[in-house]
Design a protein around this ligand. Structure first.
Ligand SMILES: [Zn+2]
Length: 314
């Protein structure tokens, strides 16, 4: 292995799959990205080809690696290595571990992408040095993961946690899971857009009503920064829902740090200042015992690859 302890991590997303060779300091040395095919076999083929390319860039063969780690946007059945359901691609019960092991010829460790993101943050990012950490990723959906006593929380069946589907509002917005009022339906990027659409009906003069305006975290936080009153009110309401969900999770699980990743976390202080002002009132006995530090994820786009590469330390 070139005398170095190099690792191979695969990060399968809804639009692209990234494969990286990672060093022992959690640094991505070489990475190759391919579009995610909606066809399962084609997607597995493409990931294996990208893995070989990434290995070659590091002057290695796939078989030089003791294992490959892969983070995928789905619950995983650890017994079978199958993706239970990936709503981005519509795959049900997809045998990803078997497909990758067959193509790569080495053992594959498979995990949920949010678990990989938190594992990476614990290894070299915002959750480093904490035995108990909780992470939410606020993207198209809401990912969640938790580290307890230094290890990823597996749940009784090894399928982890899905805090995005925590019931938040009785009879609330419909959720992608089929239920209504889930945390994800309010605090994902999709949820933020839904809150915005509802509130903009009462604010006809907002710049966000422009016909070519896409309602995203970037445009809404951007409009607020430009002084758009409606955008500010939308963000306030969004942060109230998010604070309520976070406060509940903190009260139950008592993490030492709460890491927020995903596209919306890039909003920075306008998001975190509001959360710091609102979350305490949703934490039980906050006055007496306080609450954890809330921080943005530190590793950005590399987190999925890094976490997957360190799945042997999960
Ligand atoms: Zn749901």
């Amino acid at each position: 292995m070139n005398g170095k302890q190099l690792r191979l991590g695969i990060d399968l997303g809804g639009t692209s799959a990234k494969v990286g060779v990672v060093d022992e300091h959690a640094k991505v040395l070489h990475a190759v990205s391919v579009p995610t095919s909606e066809d399962f076999d084609k997607a597995a083929d493409d990931m294996a080809i990208a893995a070989r390319q990434a290995a070659r860039l590091a002057g290695m063969e796939i078989t030089d690696f003791p294992f490959a780690g892969a983070g995928v946007p789905s619950m995983i059945n650890p017994a079978t290595g199958r993706m239970v359901f990936a709503n981005n691609t519509g795959w049900h019960d997809a045998p990803m571990r078997e497909a990758l092991e067959k193509r790569l010829g080495i053992p594959v460790k498979l995990a949920n992408d949010a678990d990989c993101a938190l594992l990476a943050e614990a290894k070299a990012g915002a959750a480093q040095g904490f035995a108990h950490a909780l992470m939410l990723t606020l993207g198209t959906g809401v990912g969640s993961a938790m580290i307890i006593n230094g290890h990823l929380f597996p749940g009784g069946d090894g399928m982890g946690m899905e805090a995005g589907h925590l019931p938040l509002v009785a009879g609330g917005y419909p959720c992608t899971c089929g239920a209504s009022g889930c945390l994800e339906a309010y605090v994902s990027a999709t949820g933020l857009a839904a809150i915005a659409r509802e509130m903009l009906a009462e604010h006809p003069h907002s710049a966000l009503n422009a016909s070519n305006m896409k309602l995203t975290g970037r445009t809404i936080f951007g409009a607020a920064e430009q002084g758009d009153r409606a955008a500010t009110l939308i963000i306030d309401r969004y942060c109230e829902y998010l604070a309520q969900g976070i406060g509940g999770l903190i009260t139950v699980f008592r993490p030492q740090v709460l890491v927020i990743g995903g596209g919306i976390s890039h909003a920075g202080p306008p998001l975190f200042d509001r959360l710091n002002a609102r979350v305490p009132k949703y934490i039980f006995a906050y006055e007496q015992i306080g609450g954890p530090d809330m921080r943005p994820a530190a590793l950005g786009n590399d987190a999925g690859i890094v976490g997957a590469a360190f799945l042997d330390q999960a």
